[in-house]
Design a protein around this ligand. Structure first.
Ligand code: ADP
Length: 473
């Protein structure tokens, strides 16, 4: 499996780190430098103005000596780590904190122009070629009698500013590295919460694709990942169940077809080779006929079941009188009932009771229920069929006093091919499909069917149908 998602995340992480570094090295660096320059220039300008208004103007007014002012400038030189000058407007050096007082030699800053700063109060450069390194220079005019007598100039080496800027930038780099390391937590979270579960899910889907539908996996998180894997697990188990059902179904069908076919074949062969003498042929042909009837019934049931699909079953619904459908169905069993001495008691609500359903399919439901009731009832017993109307529903009940259904079998009777052990002896022709067809028909109507049964006492099957008003009224 390609680890592309993980690589993409790693790449994003590296890009994040790279651009973080570039941002600090460019924007942050120039912003810090700009800020430091302004801050330093402002502080130095204040200092220069102060000197211009005090010592320097005193000097020009001859109120103090050159040496005294020089001492002050020297002290400030050390304190500010800067070079302080007092110069005349012509550019002639009066005092220089970096050099001893020398009245003999005249130092002139050639080309000195006080407007060099333009709109601001500082300039950066070698100050008219006076320095070999760049300086941040500010100057304040010394005025007396409304005339500019000279200037106080303070030079601060740019190198110092660059160093301060670098040490500040180092802090930014350190912060960036810390941020980078901390953001690894996101990467870890991603790995733990997205990537690992995703790999499990991918592995599981590969298993399912290989047909291993029983593969189970666990993603313990109450988020979308957990939900996705739970859904996948559920989907796989449903498919596995459907596959198992399918296998069971085919096994059951084959078994149910094989046994009558084996006996038909056996009897026919025995008749042909003379094992069964001709005088007994009629008896055995009747058995063969019975078996073929069973096969026909089985085939019909399978076809019905195949056509039924709880979700997509096509129902031909109409309003009809359920009471008369019950009477007709009972009439078809008259012969069987008479033979077994079974009486069918009808307790029907009203003369007519109209429901809205597929009449053909409901007829089949009644047929299946009544057929079972008769099959599992002892001779000379009573079967009661009742209709009741309650909460806009009609409840139809078919109650017998037969063998009953054991508690643990009551859930299973609706499964395809289920036949209880009790019934096997009594009902050799049963296919175990009747009730599953019945349930599917009722469910496809959006209604319910239930059973209440006690072993050895009897069973009652009750199903509901939606009531409608008499259409003729
Ligand atoms: P079958 O066609 O074999 O009767 P059904 O699906 O109709 O298949 O019934 C399944 C099983 O449910 C039967 O084999 C029987 O064990 C049980 N059963 C159904 N109806 C009754 C009943 N009225 N009394 C006792 N057992 C019943």
């Amino acid at each position: 499996m390609k680890k592309t998602l993980y690589l993409k995340f790693l790449l994003a992480y590296v890009i994040f780190g790279f651009f973080g570094f570039v941002a600090v090295a460019t924007f942050v660096s120039s912003m810090t430098m700009e800020h430091l320059k302004h801050e330093r220039a402002e502080a130095l300008y204040k200092e220069a103005t102060l000197i211009a208004n005090t010592y320097a103007s005193d000097l020009y007014n001859n109120e103090t000596s050159l040496d005294t002012v020089k001492k002050q400038l020297d002290a400030l030189d050390t304190y500010l780590s800067a070079t302080l000058w007092i110069i005349n407007p012509s550019g002639r050096m009066v005092l220089n904190s970096a050099a001893p007082v020398d009245v003999e030699t005249e130092t002139v800053i050639s080309g000195f122009d006080p407007t060099v700063t333009g709109g601001t109060y500082y300039t950066i450069g070698k100050f008219f070629k006076s320095f070999s390194e760049d300086q941040l220079s500010v100057f304040a005019p010394i005025t007396s009698d409304y005339k500019v007598r000279g200037y106080v100039v303070i030079h601060y080496p740019m190198q110092n500013l660059v160093e301060s800027c670098n040490s500040l930038l180092n802090i930014s780099y350190l912060l960036l590295v810390m941020l980078f390391l901390l953001s690894m937590i996101i990467l870890l979270f991603f790995t733990e919460m997205v990537y690992q579960p995703l790999r499990k899910i991918i592995y599981a889907t590969e298993q399912y694709a290989d047909g291993n539908m029983h593969y189970e996996f666990q993603v313990e998180s109450a988020d979308e990942m957990g939900y996705l894997s739970a859904s996948l697990n559920y989907m796989a188990s449903e498919i596995a169940r459907a596959e198992d059902d399918q296998k069971k179904f085919v096994a059951n069908v084959s078994h149910d077809f094989r046994s009558p076919l084996t006996s038909v074949k056996g009897y026919l062969e025995a008749m042909l080779d003379g094992t069964i003498p001709p005088e007994l042929h009629e008896k055995y042909l009747n058995i063969v006929l019975n078996e073929t009837e069973r096969l026909t019934k089985l085939t019909n049931s399978l076809l019905t079941l195949n056509n039924l699909n709880t979700k997509g079953m096509l129902l031909d619904k109409s309003d009809f009188d359920i009471n008369s459908v019950i009477r007709n169905t009972v009439a078809t069993f008259e012969g069987t009932c008479r033979k077994k001495g079974i009486a069918v008691e009808l307790v029907l609500t009203g003369d007519e009771l109209f429901v809205n359903a597929d009449v053909g399919k409901i007829q089949q439901v009644l047929y299946n229920l009544l057929d079972n009731a008769i099959k599992f009832s002892p001779t000379d017993s009573i079967i009661k069929i009742e209709t009741n109307e309650k909460h806009n529903k009609v409840f139809v009940s078919v109650k017998d006093h037969g063998i009953g259904i054991p508690k643990d079998a009551q859930k299973l009777i609706w499964d395809r091919f289920y036949k209880s052990d009790l019934s096997r002896g009594k009902d050799k022709k049963g296919t175990g499909l009747g009730l599953s067809i019945t349930k599917e028909i009722i469910n496809s109507h959006g209604e319910h069917i239930n059973v209440v049964s006690t072993e050895g006492v009897g069973s009652e099957f009750i199903f509901s149908l939606p009531v409608t008003d008499d259409p003729d009224e």
